[in-house]
Design a binder for this molecule. Structure first.
Ligand SMILES: Nc1nc2c(ncn2[C@@H]2O[C@H](COP(=O)(O)OP(=O)(O)O)[C@@H](O)[C@H]2O)c(=O)[nH]1
Ligand SMILES: [Mg+2]
Length: 273
């Protein structure tokens, strides 16, 4: 958990505006009741960084933080279900190719699905701009010192997007193989992107993330001829920590394997949403 890594909620920007604190409330969409989010005035961040020799207070704060996140994630999930949306949470190290993959995926999906993207980075609008250049809606969350998206941030970003029924929502999490594993955003599932330049051992070094993911996309396969990367070993390592994980090998740059990923989305938009 990341209560000691420098996360701070004060600096969060959503679509360039200061984020509000969220509370859950019940609303109705058509005939379906779901828990939604209401904005209230920003409050001081929880005292997660205060030293506590006994350690018990820190553990309590972690539990409270995750419990609050889970409540807000349930609100997001109910909204996705009410609108028959598929929401996928893309997680990885920085630079594994998430945004490139999304741009390429959007090109392949355009005309079949309405698509929206929530982008998470500590700073800059760069990735949201890359997505908007494809003609698809994107909202950028800047987490400041924060190292992950949480369900409250995503809930506020959802308020700023038009989300038609049966649409597809990609959430690109902050590049980090640790903290995003712990935070449910209300997504149907996490998709972990591992690129072949990162080494085969990452599933063993960051098992929580690979355990939390339903699918691993092994990206940058176009570079395999130039690297000493053992694909079989990387797959075996991922399966060692998560025997049920599905794996697709692809290259967002060359397009090889993209069909399999697009077919996976089509299959799972029925079964997961
Ligand atoms: N060779 C190669 N480079 C890629 C591929 N996908 C992404 N990249 C490059 O990897 C770098 C990081 O990509 P980006 O999409 O910004 O990664 P993100 O930080 O995970 O969103 C960029 O220079 C991309 O052009 C790929 O499939 N093959
Ligand atoms: Mg990116």
């Amino acid at each position: 958990m990341c209560t000691t890594c420098g996360c701070g909620s004060k600096e969060v920007l959503i679509g360039g505006k200061v984020a509000a604190k969220r509370i859950a409330r019940v609303a109705k969409l058509g005939n379906v009741a779901y828990r939604t989010l209401a904005a209230v005035a920003p409050a001081a961040p929880a005292p997660v960084h205060s030293p506590d020799p006994a350690n018990t207070r820190r553990i309590q704060v972690e539990r409270d933080l995750l419990a609050k996140n889970d409540t807000l994630a349930a609100s997001n999930r109910a909204l996705f279900q009410a609108r028959h949306m598929l929401a996928l949470n893309l997680v990885s190290s920085p630079g594994s190719g998430k945004t490139t993959l999304l741009v390429r995926s959007i090109e392949a999906l355009k005309g079949k699905h309405a698509v929206a993207v929530i982008e998470g980075d500590q700073q800059t609008e760069n990735d949201a701009e890359r997505i908007r250049a494809t003609g698809v809606q994107a909202i950028q969350i800047n987490t400041g010192k924060g190292c992950h998206l949480d369900a409250g941030m995503v809930g506020q970003a959802l308020d700023k997007l038009e989300l038609p029924e049966n649409s597809l929502l990609f959430i690109e999490n902050v590049g980090n193989l640790v903290c995003p594993a712990s935070f449910d955003l209300g997504e149907a599932c996490k998709v972990v992107v591992l690129s072949v330049t990162e080494g085969e051992d990452k599933p063993l070094k960051y098992p929580d993330m690979f355990r939390a993911a339903r699918l691993m996309l092994l990206n940058k396969c176009d570079l395999l001829p130039y690297l000493n990367f053992d694909v079989s070993l990387a797959i075996a390592n991922a399966k060692r920590v998560n025997p049920g994980i599905e794996i697709i090998q692809l290259s967002a740059s060359s397009g090889v394997g993209m069909n399999e990923w697009v077919e996976w989305i089509a299959r799972n938009s029925v079964t997961l949403s």
